[in-house]
Design a protein around this ligand. Structure first.
Ligand code: ADP
Ligand code: MG
Length: 265
C-alpha cells in the first residue's frame, strides 16, 4: 500500500492546495510515484495541474459514491509520475448522496484499499496526497479516515493558531474512533515573509506551541508559487529555481524522512 497523507486545515487560503501540487511534484522528482486525490469541490488542485473541466468526466465524487474505482477515476498529469483523481462541483452534493449510509465516513478509505492495480509509470503508487476543502465536513472526515498521517499547512499570519485546536481535536477524535493509525506528519508554515516581523513572531509562537511537529522547512511567500497555477503547472515545472520550488523540494525530503521514522515506529 502507498503512504496516504491528507492535507487538512479548515481555514481557506492557507496553502493546502499549493502544498498538495508542489509537494507531489517534488516527491515525484525524487523518485516517488504520486496520486493526488482532489476532494475540494473548488477543484483548485485539478485546475492547477492543468486538468480541464472536460477532462473530469469521472471524479472523486464517483469514488465516494462507489461508481468508480481509483484506476477508473485517475488521470495522468503533465507532471512525470503524478496522477490525479480530479474533483468536480458534483462533490457539493456528495454529503446528501452518502449521508444515509453507515459507511459514509469510510468511502475514500475503501476506495484507496482497492487501488493495488493502479499503476503510474508501470509501478504502484508510493504516495497518495489528499487535498481537502476548507471545512471539517464529511469530505475532510473521509480524507482523515483514509489517511496514514495528516499534514497541516499553517499560514504565517496573526490568526495562524486560531482554529488549530479544533482541527487537532477532530484529528484526535478520528484517531480514537474511526482511524486508530492516524498520526500527524507535521505542520508546515506557509507564506513566510522575511521582511515582515509578524511572520517571524508567528513562526516562533507556532514552534513553541507545536514543537517538533513543525517542519524545519518553511515555505516563503513567493509570487512564482501563486502564478504557476494559472499556467496549469506546479511551480517546480514553471520555475524550478525560485525560492518556493526549492522550499518544496526540501519539504519533500523532510516528509520522506518522517515517513520512514513513522513506519519504523
Ligand atoms: P488553500 O488550498 O488552503 O485554500 P491555496 O494553496 O489555494 O490555499 O493558497 C491560497 C492562495 O495563496 C492561492 O492564491 C495561492 O496561489 C497563494 N499561495 C499559496 N502559497 C503561497 C506562497 N507560499 N506564496 C505566495 N502565494 C501563495
Ligand atoms: Mg485548496
Amino acid at each position: 500500500m502507498p503512504r496516504i497523507l491528507t492535507l487538512a486545515n479548515q481555514k481557506g487560503g492557507v496553502g493546502k492546495t499549493t502544498t498538495a501540487i508542489n509537494l507531489a511534484t517534488a516527491l515525484a522528482a525524487i523518485g516517488e510515484r504520486v496520486l493526488i486525490i482532489d476532494v475540494d469541490p473548488q477543484g483548485n488542485a485539478s485546475t492547477g495541474l492543468g486538468i480541464s473541466r472536460a477532462g473530469r468526466e469521472i471524479s472523486s465524487y464517483d469514488l465516494l459514491v462507489g461508481e468508480s474505482d481509483v484506476a477508473g477515476a485517475a488521470v495522468m498529469t503533465d507532471v512525470p509520475n503524478v496522477a490525479i483523481v480530479p474533483s468536480t462541483m458534483d462533490l457539493l452534493g456528495v454529503e446528501l448522496a452518502i449521508a444515509a449510509s453507515s459507511d459514509r465516513a469510510f468511502r475514500l478509505r475503501d476506495a484507496l484499499r482497492g487501488m493495488d492495480g493502479f499503476l503510474v509509470a508501470g509501478k504502484p503508487v508510493t504516495y497518495v496526497l489528499i487535498d481537502c476543502p476548507p471545512s471539517l465536513n464529511l469530505l475532510t472526515i473521509n480524507a482523515l479516515v483514509a489517511a496514514d498521517a495528516v499534514l497541516v499547512p499553517l499560514q504565517c499570519e496573526f490568526f495562524a493558531l486560531e482554529g488549530l485546536s479544533q482541527l487537532l481535536q477532530t484529528i484526535e477524535h478520528i484517531r480514537s474512533t474511526l482511524n486508530p493509525r492516524l498520526s500527524i506528519q507535521g505542520v508546515v508554515m506557509t507564506m513566510f515573509d522575511k521582511r515582515n516581523n509578524l511572520s517571524e513572531q508567528v513562526l516562533t509562537d507556532v514552534r513553541s506551541e507545536m514543537g517538533d511537529l513543525v517542519y524545519d522547512t518553511v515555505i516563503p511567500r513567493n509570487v512564482r508559487l501563486s502564478e504557476a497555477p494559472s499556467y496549469g503547472k506546479p511551480a517546480l515545472l514553471y520555475d524550478l529555481k525560485c525560492a518556493g520550488s526549492q522550499a518544496y523540494l526540501r519539504l519533500a525530503t523532510e516528509v520522506i524522512r518522517r515517513e520512514r521514522r513513522l513506519q519504523a515506529a
